[in-house]
Design a protein around this ligand. Structure first.
Ligand code: C2E
Ligand code: MG
Ligand code: MG
Ligand code: MG
Length: 293
């Protein structure tokens, strides 16, 4: 039994700690072990051109299979990792893993498409970020046009001056950038213009209500697409789930779509097979260890 420093500390602790707090603590304490014991893996969700006919890339989405808690959503563990600072190690693992998988696909003679990596605001503020990214892609021999980075609107705006410096350095190194979850934060239009990033991803909240019989939702999405195009940005619609939404987005001249309708997040091997439909089971993807020396 844990003893408190003072008389009633333990009892106070016991009664005030609810299940949610305990879960957060076990997530925080499990992050390091999770990295050491390969409990993390990536899913890739394809991005399509607006006709829905061709894949233009994918987004890497982090997954954690916790030994006791099962599959935990990044929406739950990323904020915990941000608070504890472990997001820096986790973010580096994601980058490393994306480069490793792309390297293996290329070595197996497969075609690849640009992969977008989500960056946390903590990573954005970390002084070593750009050097780490450059060293990682160099180590794996990945061309800069095969990697892009997504920064949420709220993270970008919260610290606009610092964001701009990092964005400039990433652009100078040849990487494309996207503003993620657009419409949920408070954008300064002048900052948005200054960043000069290539893509704007319209938050799922605006796509969810997009329907023929909802003129207001259509007007909002129309306005966002016009704004993006006025800033010379490509527009990606997130969370496209119905054929009607896809059709409306085509009408509104949206450039790319992502969502359960056309492609759910999937394993790297499934994504690579989607890009390389002629790869048969007999030429099954070799594991890195099985590749010739
Ligand atoms: P996000 O970057 O905005 O990613 C989109 C999220 O929407 C993903 O959730 C994806 O699975 C989900 N989604 C995609 N299409 C649909 C759809 O049609 N309907 C619905 N209902 N959902 C859809 P996920 O994978 O749970 O990730 C949640 C968030 O966690 C991400 O939002 C991103 O902010 C963060 N995240 C994920 N991986 C990473 C990472 O490697 N690093 C960082 N810093 N954040 C990450
Ligand atoms: Mg994203
Ligand atoms: Mg998003
Ligand atoms: Mg999001």
């Amino acid at each position: 039994v844990v003893k408190g420093n003072g008389r009633n500390n333990f009892r106070f602790f016991e009664t005030s700690m609810n299940a949610a707090t305990l879960r957060t603590i076990s997530i925080q304490q499990g992050l390091r072990a999770g990295m050491e014991h390969d409990q993390f893996f990536l899913h890739y969700q394809p991005k399509f051109d607006c006709s829905g006919a061709s894949i233009v890339g994918a987004e890497a989405l982090l997954r954690w299979r916790h030994p006791e808690l099962g599959l935990i959503s990044p929406a739950e563990f990323i904020p915990v990792a941000e608070k504890s600072g472990q997001i820096l190690a986790l973010g580096q693992w994601v980058l490393e893993q994306v480069c490793r998988e792309m390297r293996a696909w290329q070595d197996a003679g497969r075609s690849v498409a640009p992969i977008a990596v989500n960056l946390s605001q903590i990573q954005l503020r970390s002084p070593g970020l750009v050097e780490d990214i450059l060293a990682t892609k160099r180590r794996h021999g990945i061309a800069p046009d095969l990697l892009m980075f997504e920064i949420t609107e709220s993270a970008a705006m919260e610290n606009a001056d610092e964001t701009r410096k990092t964005v400039d350095r990433l652009k100078a190194a040849g990487f494309a950038l996207a503003i993620d979850d657009f419409g949920t934060g408070y954008s300064s239009l002048s900052h948005l213009q200054e960043f000069g990033v290539q893509q704007m991803k319209v938050d799922r909240a605006f796509i969810r209500t997009l329907a023929e019989e909802n003129p207001q939702a259509r007007s909002i999405v129309t306005a966002i697409i016009r704004l993006a195009h006025a800033l010379e940005m490509e527009v990606v619609a997130e969370g496209v789930e119905t054929p009607e939404q896809l059709r409306l987005l085509q009408e509104l001249q949206c450039d790319q779509t992502q969502g359960y309708l056309l492609g759910r997040p999937m394993s790297g091997d499934d994504f690579s097979r989607l890009l390389n439909p002629d790869v048969t089971a007999s030429t099954a993807f070799p594991t890195v260890a099985a590749l010739p020396a």
